[in-house]
Ligand binder design. Structure first.
Ligand code: MSP
Length: 694
């Protein structure tokens, strides 16, 4: 017998500098649904996910959290894995970029590029954005990154460069010859325009930090994080290993059929990745599919905006299937879509509790009651009414449309199609009143009752089968109740109307989706509020916004920067959107505020603190006296450049000691991005030293 065809699908690997939220869950759930359906269509499916664990961002987050990078990444990677398991995601492999198999494979890719003459040594001096891990065209220390708006750092390094400029024509040819290489078309057009505007060689190594994969033969350099990260798609399936079994695996599954990504990482996947592969003479993925963002309160859900919703909250209340269904049904794939607890509960009640749940429980309990729990005979074709025939035809049509739409990544439409059958059958039941038929004496009424319930149960079976990849747990339960055993054994290619066997003995009938009410929304909001206040007060590793600014290991940034909530959103067009608005109890009175003495000061002396790479010792004139202040801003500011600068000081803080030095106040700064990079507060107009702020 021929081996089944293979299907290899990947998610991006997630950065471990933040806890997972439902934005990450979205990508993974989409891939999971595709992978599950492919398996049920008889494909030898391989579904890969994992975590992206190297880079300066992570190195700094670990330092700020007071642990080693390894301890830090282990913790967050475990969180991802645990969540994916709770969500019942059917991944076949979870790759971590700190694993030996990946390190070996990424180095093998680097060497292969070098051997083919695509990597050379050069030097770079200019601005670097740590958040995006990118060299950028910005001028001057602290100039904002054109990608994300965060302040950039000035670096001068010797680097290895990849000859990206040599790949322009080959890439353009690829996009022209394989229109499905990048989907949807809007993303493809953006990429084509970007490449047409000209490509410059890409720096593919760093010497400014250590937390990465050493360049083979030159360990002073670590491999650029994106080259490292992208390589996961091949290292996970055996690239770079000499073991026969790994080589076979690579041959079997590479190239990937689908790389699923969010729209913000299109360039890395559609320009750099194919360029690396072309240069390495490796086959290209068949398609890269980009989805839109999950928005919460109108902006992209992300940790740096502080507007994340955690999947656990929904898992603990409405369950994994509800979240999975919502994400695929509510968001038009490819576009941005909004999340809200109200919309989630509304969808749940309308489509799952009242829709599929109602169809399932009323049909199955009537079969239990009127036919002793055995699927009844439908009447012969000639005896069927137009109503019965319409449902049967709709059943087959639904199967065809659902598959076509799903294949085109139109998940929302595919579910709408399947739920069209649910509504039609629920209406059919109401119109045909099986409960009245059951009361009527005589063979005709009994035969009619059998037909109506057979038709309803068969439609239920079809919707359940189609929805399995999206809501695997609940459909498995309905399948059992239908008396059909293990749903995973079903071959979706064979699904058609009329396969439900007469006489099938039903399982125990019970409600699959108990209705949710307003209190569920309140509970979810409450859980989010509690979780975010716990993570703020405990400042667990990944939430320690202090990265790069925290004065000392384990210490938050309070010595240097103002409250993290003062951080400006990185995207200048986006609003900072807290998950839950602060309640009255969180507010302070004006009197409380006036207790804080804020004054304008001028930096007179600034120098590094020995043995603490984040700290600067400042002498600041605040009009009445000169204060010594120890601030965790060394990563963002050169001491020389601070001399003469006007800053804002909290002048009435109790003095405290840092590294043996007394700090007599605190400098106010915004805290930007995941790293909490400090940007000092200042004034556009001239202000006298010592002036009070109120
Ligand atoms: N580590 C890189 C990817 C390397 S792949 C070789 C990365 N990681 S990430 O954790 O920041 O984001 C990973 C993916 O999470 C994004 O591509 C996107 O698919 C998903 N999302 C993160 N936030 C999201 C939303 N708010 N909405 C939808 N998807 C989101 O980029």
């Amino acid at each position: 017998m021929d081996k089944p065809a293979k299907f290899y699908i990947t998610t991006p690997i997630y950065y471990v500098n933040a806890h997972p939220h439902i934005g990450h869950t979205y990508t993974t759930v989409v891939c999971d649904a595709i992978a599950r359906r492919q398996r049920m269509m008889g494909m030898d499916t391989y579904f890969l996910t994992g975590t992206d664990e190297h880079g300066q961002k992570i190195e700094r987050s670990a330092t700020a959290a007071g642990c080693s990078p390894k301890e830090f990444v282990d913790k967050i990677a475990a969180e991802y894995r645990e969540l994916w398991d709770r969500m019942k995601l059917s991944y076949d492999d979870f790759i971590r970029t700190t694993e030996p198999r990946h390190i070996r494979g990424a180095q093998a890719l680097f060497t292969r590029l070098q051997e083919r003459g695509y990597i050379y040594k050069g030097s770079y001096s200019g601005q670097y954005c740590v958040f995006d891990e990118l060299y950028v065209d910005a001028v001057g220390a602290g100039a904002p990154c054109p990608e994300c708006g965060r302040p950039t750092e000035t670096v001068q390094e010797e680097n290895y460069f990849f000859k990206l400029s040599a790949m322009e024509d080959r890439l353009l040819k690829l996009y022209a010859e394989q229109p499905d290489f990048i989907r949807p078309e809007t993303r493809r057009n953006e990429v084509v325009a970007f490449v047409r505007s000209g490509l410059r060689d890409l720096s593919v190594s760093r010497t400014t930090f250590k937390w990465g994969i050493p360049v083979p033969g030159d360990p002073k350099h670590v491999i650029y994080v994106w080259l490292d990260a992208l390589a996961n798609y091949i290292t996970a399936i055996g690239f770079g290993s000499d073991k026969e079994k790994d080589k076979k695996k690579f041959e079997r599954y590479w190239p990937a059929d689908v790389h699923m990504i969010g729209k913000e990482i299109v360039r890395f996947h559609c320009v750099y990745w194919p360029a690396f592969l072309l240069a390495a003479e490796l086959p290209l993925p068949k398609s890269i599919v980009a989805h839109g963002w999950l928005l919460f309160e109108e902006s992209k859900m992300s940790k740096s905006r502080g507007n994340v919703v955690r999947s656990e909250t929904i898992l603990d209340t409405l369950g994994a299937d509800t979240l999975r269904y919502f994400l695929l049904r509510e968001i038009v794939f490819g576009s941005d879509g909004s999340f809200s607890f109200d919309a989630l509960v509304q969808r749940f009640n309308a489509d799952l509790a009242n829709g599929l749940g109602n169809l399932s429980s009323r049909t199955l309990s009537m079969i239990t009651r009127y036919f002793d729990g055995e699927v009844p005979y439908p009447s012969t074709a000639q005896e069927r009414t137009a109503d019965d025939r319409a449902i049967a035809e709709l059943g087959d049509q639904t199967i065809r449309d659902f598959h076509a739409q799903f294949e085109q990544f139109q998940f929302s439409r595919a579910l709408e199609t399947a739920w069209g059958l649910v509504s039609a059958v629920n209406k059919y039941i109401v119109d045909n009143e099986p409960w009245t038929l059951a009361e009527k004496p005589g063979q005709d009424a009994r035969a009619r009752l059998g037909t109506v319930l057979y038709t309803s149960a068969e439609a239920l079976r079809i919707v359940t089968a189609l929805a399995q990849p999206i809501i695997p747990e609940s459909t498995a339960r309905i399948w059992q109740q239908l008396g059909l055993g293990e749903i995973s054994k079903l071959d979706l290619r064979e699904l058609k109307w009329g396969q439900l066997q007469i006489g099938t003995k039903l399982g125990t009938v019970e409600a699959v989706f108990p209705r949710a009410d307003k209190s569920t929304i309140e509970r979810m909001q409450q859980m989010e509020q509690e979780r975010s206040s716990v993570s703020e007060s405990k400042a667990p590793a990944a939430e320690a916004e202090a990265a790069g600014t925290g004065a000392e290991a384990g210490q938050r940034a309070t010595e240097a920067v103002a409250d993290p909530s003062a951080a400006v959103p990185p995207d200048k067009t986006a609003k900072a959107a807290p998950v839950v608005p602060a309640s009255g109890a969180d507010k302070i009175s004006i009197d409380d505020f006036l207790k804080v003495e804020l004054r304008v000061g001028e930096v007179k002396v600034a120098e590094k603190v020995k043995g603490a790479d984040k700290l600067l010792r400042l002498e600041v004139d605040i009009g009445t006296e000169v204060r010594q202040i120890v601030a965790g801003i060394a990563k963002a500011y050169d001491p020389e450049k601070l001399i003469g600068r006007k800053v804002v000081i909290v002048a009435n803080l109790q003095p405290r000691k840092l590294r043996g030095l007394e700090s007599q106040g605190m400098i106010v700064a915004a805290s930007l991005g995941d790293e909490g990079l400090p940007v000092l507060a200042g004034f556009l107009e001239d202000v006298p030293v010592g002036a009070k702020l109120k």
